[in-house]
Design a protein around this ligand. Structure first.
Ligand SMILES: [Mn+2]
Length: 314
């Protein structure tokens, strides 16, 4: 029984990544005892008494109190367009509720004289209001928010949408179309949300109050992860390696999430204007048999960066 407690203390140390600056004396004592026992074997058991039940309870409660939260920042660069200077993308960040969302109004509606940017902005505005107006302390449910926001949106048009909420130690997303998100862990892509498309450059989208395409995704997250939620303006212009590079630089120089989002959006914008280098969009167009396109894709670019951090002590 005693050994079980020892190993649980060591496991907890790993899974919660306690730093050396951790000030919980009881935790340090527990881990030190665990290591001592591990190295010196059973003969030393009686020399190093384990934390008693009360101490163990306190220790567990302290560890569980290390809840996670999102530290967010965003950047939007609309495509240069005299007729629609605000572009068709929209997004929101509700830091206190750990919820973010991005949307991309469908350009195809322009032919009918409809600015789908209005739809996307209304959708995200309603989603933000629904998030903050919840009469509950429970974590937000992205699908419910998306459904309510879609049925409250009266504007004409359609939009892709991705709403992400932190729920304990996982994120839950409701996603429609080709906006999406990456979870970056230790410099690598731990998860990438799937895109929903009908064909090349033709995403599924949300319109009127139809949420039938909405896909719900659940991804475990850890302290130290970065979530990059964005519209296709980012993902069509930057390969994953470039995104990871910028995230790593942001970590190295301790940039805040807003600065990292700005960097990602600016580099994506530069790539969107150039005509020679390969981009995810030019690659996809080649694979779809359209050989004419080279370089980047001019588009509105929205990026939200959310770092998963510990809320302990705040
Ligand atoms: Mn777009």
């Amino acid at each position: 029984m005693a050994l079980v407690l020892v190993s649980s203390a060591v496991v907890q140390e790993k899974s919660f990544s306690l730093s050396s600056s951790e000030t919980l004396d009881n935790i340090n004592v527990g881990i030190a005892v665990g290591r001592k026992r591990k190295f010196e074997g059973l003969a030393t058991l009686d020399l190093f008494p384990l934390p008693n039940r009360t101490t163990q309870k306190f220790l567990n409660a302290k560890l569980q109190a290390r809840k996670l939260k999102l530290e967010c920042g965003s950047c939007y660069i609309p495509k240069e367009d005299e007729e629609y200077p605000r572009g068709q993308d929209a997004h929101f960040v509700c830091s206190a509720d750990n919820v973010i969302g991005v949307a991309d109004g469908l350009g195809g509606f322009k032919k009918r004289g409809i600015d789908a940017g209005v739809y996307a902005r209304n959708l995200m505005s309603h989603a933000s209001s629904m998030t903050t107006a919840r009469a509950t302390t429970l974590p937000a449910c992205p699908l419910r928010i998306l459904k309510k926001a879609a049925s409250a949106t009266r504007a004409q048009g359609g939009s892709t949408a991705c709403i992400i909420a932190l729920q304990g130690r996982k994120i839950v997303a409701a996603n429609v179309g080709d906006s999406g998100f990456l979870v970056v862990r230790n410099g690598k892509v731990a998860y990438r949300s799937p895109v929903q498309v009908r064909g090349f450059n033709s995403p599924l989208y949300l319109h009127t109050d139809s949420c039938k395409w909405a896909q719900v995704l659940e991804v475990p997250v850890e302290e130290g992860d970065s979530i990059v939620a964005a519209t296709d303006g980012l993902f069509d212009n930057l390969f994953e390696d470039t995104i990871l590079n910028i995230i790593s630089k942001g970590r190295k120089y301790e940039f805040n999430p807003r600065t990292v989002a700005q960097l990602l959006a600016r580099v994506a914008h530069q790539m969107s204007l150039q005509k020679k280098h390969d981009t995810p969009f030019s690659k996809a167009s080649r694979e779809a048999g359209r050989l004419g396109h080279q370089g980047g894709k001019r588009d509105d670019i929205t990026v939200v960066v959310a770092n998963v951090i510990s809320s302990a002590g705040s």
